[in-house]
Structure formats: C-alpha cells, structure tokens
Ligand binder design. Structure first.
Ligand code: ZN
Length: 586
C-alpha cells in the first residue's frame, strides 16, 4: 500500500468510526481490571486473548514484551508474551520456559491455562517471593493461542476439528471440507442426533430417558437408537459429517520422526507445512535459551511425558530417570499421574513437538492433558467414587440450570426423517470444563509450571581475579559455575556431539558455555577473547555426561594504557549470560 492510499484508508476508517460509535465503544471494553484482575472463568477467543495480553503488557511494561511470531493460516497474528524482570537483564540472556496451548482446536483449556499463567506470574511478581526470584533470574515465553483459527471456530461456532483450519479432502472426493457437522436446529450448539433404529447400538436409559447408554451387543432393555453428530450429508455420498473443517493434526507435523499420512493420520504434506508449527520451531530455534517446554492439551487429567514419537526402547534411560523425577512434582502438587506418551515397542506417534524438542534440542517437554472429566466438578451424590451419567445430569440440572445438556427435541432431518437433536454440550462437559469451573482447573497447574521453570541451569560468573606474572603481563582468571538443577546440556541428549580425533566434541546438540574477556587499554596476548568453557553439571544426581559444576578459564593480558581494565562476559545458551564488574589490571 502506498503512503497516499494508506492515508486515504485511515481517513475512511476514521469517518466510519465517527459515524458508528457503537463498535468503537464495544472495543473499548476492558478485559483486565486496573489491578490486573481477569475473569478466569471464561473461555476467550483469540482476539480477546490478544487483548488481555495487550492490556497486561500496558499494566506491566517492565515485566513483559508482546509480539507476533508469525501469521496463522487465516491471517491472524501468532502472539507471544515474554515475561521477565527486564531490569535484571533481557529475556534472551536468561534461561526460559516455553509454554503454549490450543494446538488442538477444541482443547480450549490449554489456551486458558497458558493465559492464566501470564496473569499468575504478573500478579505474583513482587508479592510472591518464589515468582519474584523466578522472574529476576529467568524468563518465560507464553503463546496461549498456538492455533487461533481452529480455536476460534471451536469456541465461536462449536465446530469439531482436530487442529488447523487448513482444508484437507478427507473423503478423497476432490472437494475439501464440504461435509462438516452443522447446528441444524440453530440453538448455537452442535450436539447429537438420535435416530430410532432397532439395530442401533445405543439405548435410552429407562431411569432417565435423556441419558444415552452405549450397548453395542444389545444387552439392555430400552428404546434403541443410532447416535450421530448433528449434521446432514452435504455432498450426497451417503455419509454424514465425514469431511469436516481442516484435517491436519499439527502435533504430528514436527520434523523429528515425521511420517506420511498413511502411517500418521494428520501429518500434513511435509514437516512444518503449517505456518503455526513453522513459527514454533523458528521461535525455539531463535531462542536457544529455552530449557523446558509445556505444550498444553486436553483432556484426561494427566501429563504425557517423553518418549513421544519414538519407541521406548530407543529412549536414553538416564534421561528417563530425570524426566520421571521432574514429573513426580506434578503428581505431588495436583494428585494426577504422569504417563509416557509412547509405550508400545513398535507403534507410537510421529512428528510431535516434544519429540522434536528433545532429540533436536535436548529439551525436556511435557504434554499436560488438562481436565480429568466430569468427576472434577460433578458431585458424587451416591458416594460410590464414580460419576455416573445420571449424576452428571442431576448436577447440571440443579447447579447449572441445565445449561450444558440440550433436551432431546424432534427435528425433521432431510435425509434421516424424524430424529431428535440434543445431548451434552460436549466441548464444555468433558473435553473442557464448564466455564464456571475453569479457574479451578487452571490454578491447579501453576505450582508445577513454576517448578519446571525453576529447574533450569543458571550460570554465575566469579572474578575476574588478576595475577601479575612478573614480565609486564597478567593472568586474568574467571570461574563459571552452574547453580541450577539441570546441567547446561539440559539432558544427556543435549551432550551428544561429534567426537573429534583430539578428544574434543563439536556440534553438540546444546552448545557449551563460553566466556569472553572484554578489554579497555589491555591486549590479550595468548589468543582469542572468547574461550569455550565446556558444559557444566547441575545439582541433579541423574545425568553423567558432564561432571564438573564449575570451570575456570584464563587469559594472559598486557596493559597498554588508559583504563587498563577487563571484564568477563560468560554464560551459555541454556544458563544465561552474566557480566562481571570492570576490574583494573595491576
Ligand atoms: Zn491434544
């Protein structure tokens, strides 16, 4: 757009706004209180989430940066918030936790937890000593809406799709996305259709005929039905809802151990074919300071750990011990289990984010599957330790005004004849909690999120110590130590590299620590200013590839006049960057 047409369009927009004050006024409604408070018992669209991030950024300018790391399939910005105390150093010079949510469209709680984490950290800074220490020494990158297009049509239109809106011709009839589910009765929900059928695999429970019970072997009494998702056969092929919106599963689209569609459903045409996955890998590649990944999904009420897209037999056992240890804190703080993503010796997923993060970057990643199911919010009226369908219906009736179950109502279906439409609003009764219970679910995750961020390596630089060598030169020495829990390699995988003939290692998965001597009025006489320090172990007892927690490096310098001063800048990709004070050489 040229400058003059841009100016013209701005003038046009201004005149439209002047004529139509209502949309402008509605945009001005704030989602964040002046005290930073947010209504967390709500699911937010991508635009609303970006607005929350923007308003929090305005409230906390010294703790946040907010930017887009790419553009979605439909052109929405992929917003990411960076959180750290910027007065103690920029995020890029600190170890960092990467958090996202919502790669799978309907898994809205993943985005809600990520957004809540932003608010939790900003609210806690300066009040909660643990959060204050975390943001003084480390950084957090949060991308609440990994997949804004998919999340929006799941939330706004109640559509069912796995991940991105990028069209896929799933029924291979030459047309993509032509037969999605539809809200036929216009009640705002895509629920279910029950069709009377003596051969059907469902019966209406005689105790409460609203409740449909699966009975494929015809063992129960009651009126029999087929149960289908609400929709019509749009393309006349005899099948209902068989080619819905999208079809790619973006968490099968990452480059490590990717496979084609006939082996891995939803893999996409090639690794990182999607703008949203490409943005994730490009961001992580540009941020080697990321030391942990939490990739938020629903549902189930547990965390998937590594291994993911590889058989368990190929996964290093020493890293597994460390991962199991870090997972124990999740169980301790939430009461929920941590389970391997891959358990079968031959069959496993392909192309997942946490698999790429581990094998290509040495990073331990996690896939929390939030929301255990209705047992998280429904009362166990009969105290038998389980939540029955009848208890769910009673709770919805008595506590929630029946909002999450649509009573079966007759509908004249163009292909099926007389059917009934109704059933659970499944997206908010299982895959996600009803919004009334969302904050309880998101808040429960916070202690472990903070814990994982705290486990990073953290390098400290001591010195420099200056010793006169007697011939007009001086030795300048510094010691780098890792005071964190993880080693600077993060894992044993991070230490893997090409072993050279001289015993050195190059091209390690995680680059080693380094130190650079900055000089003013001093010449370095024994080589380069930058020295490789090597990797540094953390306090964890599991990993063995690196032994020393501290290493000393030195330079020989000769003063030339002026300030005669040196300082050390040292660190590593994963342990942060630190600067010593300027020290006079004498
Ligand atoms: Zn998922």
């Amino acid at each position: 757009m040229s400058r003059s047409t841009h100016a013209a369009s701005v003038a046009l927009i201004l005149s439209v706004v002047a004529l139509a004050p209502t949309p402008a006024a509605s945009q001005a409604v704030s989602l964040v209180g002046t005290d930073g408070s947010v209504d967390w018992n709500r699911f937010y669209t991508a635009a609303e989430t970006n607005q929350i991030l923007g308003e929090l950024h305005t409230l906390y300018p010294d703790l946040t940066e907010l930017y887009s790391i790419g553009t979605s399939w439909r052109g929405q910005p992929l917003m990411l918030m960076e959180i750290t105390n910027e007065t103690t150093g920029p995020a890029a010079e600190k170890p960092a936790l990467y958090v996202d949510g919502g790669i799978h469209a309907g898994e809205l709680t993943g985005s809600a937890v990520a957004t809540y984490f932003v608010g939790y950290l900003l609210d806690g800074y300066g009040r909660d000593p643990r959060i204050t220490a975390l943001l003084d020494t480390r950084a957090v990158y949060v991308r609440p809406k990994f997949n804004p297009d998919g999340s929006d049509i799941a939330l706004i239109d109640d559509q069912f799709l796995r991940s991105t809106t990028h069209p896929v011709d799933e029924d291979e009839d030459g047309v993509a996305d032509e037969d999605p589910p539809q809200d036929l009765n216009g009640d705002g929900w895509i629920t279910q259709m029950r069709v009377p059928d003596a051969e059907g695999g469902w019966v209406a429970d005689p105790a409460d005929p609203r409740s449909m019970v699966r009975d494929p072997r015809h063992e129960r009494e009651g009126r029999r039905y087929r149960v289908l998702r609400e929709g019509i056969d749009d393309d006349g092929d005899g099948a209902i809802d068989e080619d819905g919106i999208g079809g790619i599963d973006m968490n099968r689209n990452f480059p490590r151990n990717w496979e084609r569609e006939h082996i891995q459903n939803g893999a996409g045409d090639y690794p990182l074919s999607e703008p949203e996955t490409r943005a994730a890998v490009a961001f992580l590649d540009a941020h080697p300071n990321v030391t942990g990944i939490i990739h938020g999904h629903t549902s189930g009420g547990f965390v998937y750990r590594l291994p993911s897209a590889s058989p368990p037999s190929t996964f290093p056992s020493i890293d597994l011990q460390l991962i199991e240890h870090l997972g124990e804190e999740y169980t301790r703080t939430t009461g929920r289990p941590v389970v391997p993503s891959s358990t079968d010796p031959t069959e496993h997923r392909y192309g997942t984010l946490i698999s790429w993060g581990y094998w290509d970057r040495g990073i331990i990643g996690w896939v929390p599957e939030f929301v255990p199911g209705p047992e998280a919010w429904v009362t166990d009226y009969d105290g038998d330790g389980e939540i029955s369908e009848a208890e769910s219906l009673r709770f919805d009736d008595e506590e929630l005004g029946g909002r999450y179950f649509a009573d079966w109502a007759p509908f004249d279906h163009p292909q099926l004849g007389r059917v009934e439409i109704g059933g659970w609003h499944a997206k908010f009764w299982g895959q996600n909690p009803p919004p009334e219970f969302l904050e309880a679910e998101t808040a429960a995750q916070m202690p472990w999120y903070v814990y994982i961020a705290e486990q990073s390596p953290l390098i400290e630089v001591a010195g420099p110590r200056v010793t006169a060598l007697g011939d007009g030169t001086f030795r300048v020495e510094t010691t780098l130590s890792n005071t964190g829990y993880l080693p600077t390699t993060l894992t044993d995988r991070g230490a893997v590299g090409e072993v050279r003939e001289d015993g050195g290692v190059r091209a390690q998965v995680v680059r080693p620590a380094w130190a650079t001597l900055e000089v003013d009025g001093v010449d370095i006489v024994d080589g380069m200013a930058r020295r490789t320090v090597g990797h540094l172990a953390g306090s964890n007892p599991y990993l063995q590839a690196v032994a020393e927690r501290a290493r000393t490096v030195s330079w020989v310098v000769r003063p030339t006049g002026g300030a005669r001063s040196v300082r050390v800048v040292g660190g590593s990709d994963t342990g942060g960057v630190h600067r010593s004070a300027w020290t006079v050489v004498r």
